[in-house]
Write a protein that binds this ligand. Structure first.
Ligand SMILES: Nc1nc2c(ncn2[C@@H]2O[C@H](COP(=O)(O)OP(=O)(O)OP(=O)(O)O)[C@@H](O)[C@H]2O)c(=O)[nH]1
Ligand SMILES: [Mg+2]
Length: 306
């Protein structure tokens, strides 16, 4: 079997190697991803975001265990540019210590950021392609909701869960990060803490001002530390998926992600041809430099030649 076939067979080591190839942009990886893309389209992609320390990793660990008990396979990607290690490593430790260790139905990995702007989002989306082609039923992305890169990543999810915790400070932080608008499901975690009822009421009040669609954004209370509310949260995710399938929203989101990915790929192809040392490019550079042509016509000729 070649690399693509081994990923499609769901081999854990091959999935891990393919994601490393994506992070390094190894030779041939674009063609492999093209094949993997056509093998996907089956997974439910769930994004989990929210303030640092709100319990996202704990929650994702509990969700994963729940899905496994229900017989569903799971891929988890921890995306965190500031502390790539903590998210993935903590979650990894939890899973290694739990009943999930050695379970081939679970794949967990943190995505490292390298290279150009947008590199992180792109690597994360490519890793989703790999896990989808590998047959994972559910793919969960954990991101800390701070910057544009994370918002880009999370927009690749079909269902976005925003995690808040009791305590006004965190709620304000979530609003600032613009996360409330992208939430399909709100999670109020650490519901065992003082102030949980107040935080719930605040969230509910805030949702009254949210733009209305016929999907009514639910608020699910959880205690990730004990697993309380996690089964109900998984039900909320299933309901959202069912709603998206029924209304055409699933297709709308798929088209949005597809458009982003085509643009990234087109950029890569074009920039690849516009490099020093490419004979046609060098010729145009000489001619623009000595004023015998201009940048507009040089660019049009080079792109036309593609
Ligand atoms: N009391 C309480 N503590 C919780 C709950 N869920 C998580 N915690 C604790 O909160 C702390 C942070 O949990 P993590 O799961 O690492 O949070 P996180 O959001 O992934 O953190 P970062 O990835 O660093 O942003 C840990 O000490 C957890 O044990 C909960 O429901 N109740
Ligand atoms: Mg975490």
């Amino acid at each position: 079997m070649n690399r693509v076939e081994r990923v499609r067979a769901g081999e854990t080591a091959s999935i891990a190697r393919m994601i490393s190839r994506i992070e390094r942009r190894s030779d041939g990886v674009a063609d492999e991803l093209a094949q993997l893309h056509r093998a996907g389209g089956h997974a439910h992609i769930i994004g989990v975001t929210g303030a640092a320390g709100s319990g996202k990793s704990t929650l994702v660990g509990e969700l994963t265990a729940h899905y496994r008990r229900a017989g569903r396979t799971v891929g988890v990607l921890a995306v965190d540019p500031s502390s790539v290690f903590s998210g993935g490593a903590i979650l990894g430790d939890r899973i290694r210590m739990s009943a999930l260790s050695g379970d081939d139905g679970v794949f967990i990995r943190s995505i490292a950021t390298r290279g150009a702007l947008g590199g992180l989002s792109r690597a994360a989306l490519d890793a989703i392609t790999v896990l989808d082609a590998a047959g994972k039923d559910v793919i969960v992305l954990e991101t800390v909701g701070v910057g544009q890169a994370e918002v880009d990543v999370i927009s690749a999810a079909q269902t976005v869960a925003v995690v808040s915790v009791p305590g006004m400070g965190d709620d304000v932080q979530a609003i600032k990060a613009g996360l409330l608008e992208i939430a399909d499901v709100h999670v109020l975690n650490k519901a065992d803490r003082d102030g949980a009822q107040k935080a719930y009421a605040e969230l509910r009040d805030m949702l009254r001002f949210a733009p209305r669609t016929d999907w009514e954004v639910p608020i699910q209370r959880t205690v990730a530390a004990t697993g309380e509310g996690v089964e109900e949260l998984a039900t909320r995710f299933d309901e959202h998926h069912e709603w998206m399938s029924r209304t055409g929203e699933l297709n709308r989101r798929a088209r949005r992600t597809a458009a982003t990915r085509i643009r990234w790929m087109a950029e890569e192809i074009v920039l690849d041809r516009l490099r020093d040392g490419e004979p046609e490019f060098d010729r145009e550079v000489d001619q623009v430099a000595d004023m015998s042509t201009d940048p507009l016509h040089a660019a049009q000729r080079l792109i036309g030649a593609l």
